[in-house]
Design a protein around this ligand. Sequence first.
Ligand SMILES: [Fe+2]
Length: 372
Amino acid sequence: MSQHRESPTSLLAALDRGESLPAHWYTDPSITEREIAHVFRKNWNYIGPLSQLTALGDYITGYVGGVPVVVVRNERGLAGFVNVCRHRRHEVMKGRGNAKTMQCGYHAWTYDLGGALRRVPRSAAEPGLRLDDFPLLPISAEALGPFVFVHLDADASPVQALYGPILDIIAGSGVVLDTLQPYSREEWRSHANWKTMLENYLECYHCAVAHPGFNAAIDVRPDVYKLATHGMFSSQTGQVRAAALQGKSKVKLYDVAGAVTQSQYHFLWPNMTININPGFPNLSVDVWVPDGPNATKGFSEQFFGPGVGEEFAQALIAFNKQVAKEDDILTDSVQRGLLGGLPDRGRFMTNSEHLVIHFQKMIVNALGSSPQ
Ligand SMILES: [Fe+2]
């Protein structure tokens, strides 16, 4: 492939013509490394629900572009740190919970909730060690509605400025964000590039073909199902089908009747998706992280509004899992196609897949020119 053909300018021009990124962008480990450096480590990443960070000492851990991070509530509010001990670089905090201090489980170096190093066993015998020189490294941590985000840059621009308008769009669905409660959290792994998976998420051209249940619940016709880009996020909105509301679907469905009649599927650059389905107030979050070029790992969190029954909760989760299973079969197949490298480029349907084109442009802009 010539250098010229893969310059950012020519890739962006190709995308404008509906021509996709080259296949090796989905299989080359050096591209994944650059994405981790220039996409994941340079943007806000969702870490967990604000409702799990309400009391002093509550904490959540996670990873941003492979960097262990922790968010804690201290006397001043939310604070984020690189979750790695300044001593031998063991991870300090594990999972989620509540703690009075942040103590490393390796040699018991102990940090306060502001990240300052307070106690080091045997430090009296190490007069050259100044504890003030070794605080946990600070990062940015901010809430947007019920969602907490982190950014490795301690001076990152506010998350509200980038994604704030999404809160009003979600409010339009009938879901009241402030009342949502976390219900479940699951980790998952799939066998396709993270972009292959998100690009599948970003269009519903395939829905009528590949998702019989989803297609029975949601009106996916292009004049009804809307796709819109909003800078750093994009949104798909659909309406529940009348036949589904009346219980007349040909496919067995969960009970879609409830306060929420819209469906919404949002993508927040670079790797968070938010789903709302018709029925009782519900919202799920997925986070998608590269696990090498040919696999993706992530987690799903399900939230429900007050008073939602167990039967609805289980049925909706099963519905979401069925859609995810159908999508995994598609994206696994696409990844096998990409691994072969032929054809090198795909051709988009520009009126149905413009959110995918928008995403690929953001990738090109983040990575700059491709390596030889
Ligand atoms: Fe799908």
